[in-house]
Write a protein that binds this ligand. Structure first.
Ligand SMILES: Nc1ncnc2c1ncn2[C@@H]1O[C@H](COP(=O)(O)OP(=O)(O)OP(=O)(O)O)[C@@H](O)[C@H]1O
Length: 238
């Protein structure tokens, strides 16, 4: 199991009281699995990602990443866990304007203290994997929105994370490019055995993923697979 959230409750200050953003949420994401998280605006999806990314500490419950329970880890150990085991893809590809696509990836390896020559080779391999081998030396303004999002995804994979957390990767893209980015995420998850959580508003992408969970008022419930009830065989009556 690469990511495990157990009985997570998270509240925020709200005037004189507290607002419950996550209410006893549990979610298990094994290696090589994509779980999509859907739900109305304000239901708690981003809070769930932030807790899984260990960026917010919940009021109660436990977060386990790559076999390490995070409650007892200090700030230094948490930062190291994030650097080495968690990849995050934000909604807007926040790429650095002056760096080429390959350099955006190399920076991640540099921050993790990895050797520059290996980093260059790995960056080029990853850009090839996401279909951007011809664009490695382009800067963000020379790339399309879909290409920038692919660089964003490749960058999150640079340090071979066990857990990949993705916030609305298709919101700035048209239907076709959005579906291509979602299929890419699913293929990369299966190939690289990451535990991937994707927050999405677009239910048309749900067929591509392995499982879907819905958040309502901070409570999470898993949905049956699309077509699962229809394709189930009728019991034999012999
Ligand atoms: N820093 C904060 N302080 C106080 N309340 C917050 C904070 N962040 C989020 N909230 C509240 O917590 C609830 C859950 O917010 P969250 O951002 O997780 O929802 P969401 O499902 O991601 O929404 P959206 O789809 O609009 O991005 C909302 O009621 C929101 O107003």
């Amino acid at each position: 199991m690469n990511l495990s959230l157990t009985d997570i409750t998270l509240t925020y200050p709200d005037g004189t009281g507290r607002l419950t953003a996550l209410d006893q949420v549990s979610l298990e994401v094994p290696a090589g699995t994509v779980v999509a998280v859907v739900g109305p605006s304000g239901s708690g999806k981003s809070s769930l990602l932030a807790v899984a990314a260990t960026l917010i500490t919940p009021d109660s419950g436990s977060v386990t990443v790559a076999g390490r329970e995070t409650r007892t880890l200090g700030p230094g150990a948490l930062a190291e866990l994030r650097r080495n085991h968690i990849g995050v893809v934000f909604q807007q590809p926040n790429l650095l304007p002056s760096l080429t696509a390959a350099e955006q990836l190399q920076v991640m390896a540099h921050l993790a203290g990895r050797r520059p020559r290996h980093a260059r080779r790995r960056a080029l391999e990853l850009l090839d994997t996401v279909g951007l081998s011809q664009q490695a030396d382009r800067r963000p303004h020379q790339l399309s929105g879909g290409q920038r999002q692919r660089v964003n995804i490749a960058r999150a994979l640079m340090n071979e994370p066990s857990v990949l957390l993705v916030d609305e990767p298709t919101s700035a893209l048209d239907q076709e490019r959005g579906a291509a980015v979602m299929n890419l995420l699913v293929n990369l998850t299966h190939e690289r055995c990451t535990a991937t959580v994707v927050v999405t508003h677009d239910r048309s992408h749900l067929r591509a993923v392995d499982r879907t969970a819905e958040v309502h008022d901070g409570r999470l419930a898993e949905l049956p697979p699309p077509g699962g009830l229809i394709s189930r065989r009728a019991p034999t009556t012999t």
